[in-house]
Design a protein around this ligand. Structure first.
Ligand SMILES: NC(=O)c1ccc[n+]([C@@H]2O[C@H](COP(=O)([O-])OP(=O)(O)OC[C@H]3O[C@@H](n4cnc5c(N)ncnc54)[C@H](OP(=O)(O)O)[C@@H]3O)[C@@H](O)[C@H]2O)c1
Length: 239
């Protein structure tokens, strides 16, 4: 209960909340009355998010850094965590093998897979305290073998992004399988082709629209019905 006797609002953690889809997810969750812990890299983004009010709690951190899990877990404290959204993402420019720097691949793997793995580990006790918790990996069609197999044009040069997102998909599926019988649902979600810094030049979808649909999906879709890899409206996405 809150100090005024009301029910405590549900709690969410969103990474990469400074711009794009992450920022819109925070706005949407805030509009619906959730409390949100937001992981951002830039302190300026943290200051801006903090102006939204007491339900939005920014943390400055980099998901590649092992310290981010303990930092976020400390803020969550003994609360139940209802929703964890691994949204932080990075797209390196497409390269041929001859041009590719292995650091790009490592950066993508750390951002999309190992960072989320560590953060989920750190927040597992809090997720377990919620009667029903959801972990979302904001994935991409580019991490799908079924989609990539048919895209042997310029898309095939996205080595770092494809490898990082495929690793994130496998992490998501493994967690889904480990926790299927428990109160923690784990999903990989392709959010669509979004306008913004990372989006393709012909991307049509507004991040705000995608965020509203993704939040609706997670909060209203019957808890066990969704397949483990979905489009943001809930249709199955091939692995
Ligand atoms: N845009 C698309 O068309 C599209 C399509 C499919 C999937 N996705 C996925 O959707 C998610 C959001 O994409 P978006 O379009 O909103 O991209 P965006 O506008 O580029 O935003 C990405 C966010 O992730 C943050 N970030 C990156 N690396 C981070 C790290 N190591 N630690 C903490 N934060 C980090 C960025 O922080 P800074 O501001 O500090 O850089 C930024 O706030 C990503 O996972 C992306 O892969 C996007």
């Amino acid at each position: 209960m809150t100090a005024t006797g009301g029910a405590v609002p549900p709690l969410a953690v969103v990474t990469g909340a400074g711009r794009g889809l992450g920022r819109c997810l925070v706005r949407e969750l805030d509009r619906l009355g959730h409390r949100t812990v937001c992981v951002v890299r830039d302190p300026v983004d943290a200051v801006r998010l903090a102006t939204r009010g007491e339900n939005v709690r920014p943390v400055v951190g980099d998901v590649r850094d092992p310290a981010v899990g303990p930092d976020v877990a400390e803020i969550v404290g003994d609360d139940a965590l209802h929703l964890l959204v691994h949204n932080a993402g990075v797209a390196h420019p497409p390269r041929t093998l001859a041009q590719l720097g292995p650091d790009d691949v490592l950066d993508s793997f750390l951002t999309h897979c190992l960072g989320p793995l560590r953060l989920t580990q750190a927040l597992l006790p809090a997720l377990g305290r919620a009667p029903r918790a959801t972990v979302v990996h904001v994935s991409s069609r580019r991490g799908s073998f079924a989609v990539a197999e048919k895209d042997d044009g310029p898309g095939a040069r996205h080595y770092a992004y494809r490898i990082g997102k495929a690793a994130q998909n496998m992490l998501s599926l493994s967690l889904h399988q480990e926790f299927a019988a428990s109160g923690i649902r784990v999903l990989a979600v392709h959010p669509g082709a979004l306008r913004g810094a990372m989006g393709a030049p012909d991307a049509r979808d507004e991040p705000a629209t995608a965020a509203a649909e993704l939040v609706r999906l997670v909060l209203t879709e019957p808890w066990r019905r969704l397949p483990p890899f979905v489009e943001r409206a809930g249709d199955p996405h091939p692995w």
